[in-house]
Write a protein that binds this ligand. Sequence first.
Ligand code: 5GP
Length: 200
Amino acid sequence: MKDFKGKLFVFSAPSGSGKTTIVRHLLKQKKFNLEFSISATSREPRGFEKDGEDYYFIDLKDFKNKIKSDEFLEWEEVYRDNFYGTLKSEVERIWALKKHVIFDIDVVGGLRIKKKFPNETLSVFVKPPSVDELKIRLKKRKTESEEKINMRIAKASVELATAPQFDKIIKNYDLHVALEEAEELMSAFLELEKEPKTNS
Ligand code: 5GP
């Protein structure tokens, strides 16, 4: 670990594409030595979300102050008055732990990270089967109002058009296949040895 060089793994996709499930799966794989980048947001916590675990929940005023004092690596007003951003201190915290950083962020933020750290970053776009399927998944999630769901769907078409700008695209049509593909991309980027396949 003496020559540890921190890498960045960006997973971006329209809301409901399954990127969070993929990121959570990768975080469980010890071999990747990953730590989740906790974003700051000005939106309200949802359901069981915890401050300092899912997000750093800060109010709008505080968020804007942090923008002014240049504390963000990237930030974005993802939805009106709902700001999201990656604090510089978050990446420093994770690299100090000698771990790689994994991000679950929107497409604009993801591409900004790649631009700031072109060699250290693997940017991955998670593609849903269709916009209709996204709508079904978001409705099933039952965490947002109809209005918010429509807002996310409207954004999805714009986001889908950015896919070719990413290093890699994972089609999340079948979750099992998508997880396997994600693991393979990670292993290749980290230059990990291939594990022999077992039947168990
Ligand atoms: P949600 O409200 O569903 O948690 O997230 C809404 C969107 O904001 C998602 O696409 C999520 O990936 C994105 N997001 C979360 N954290 C960040 C961040 O730090 N920066 C940017 N640019 N987007 C983020």
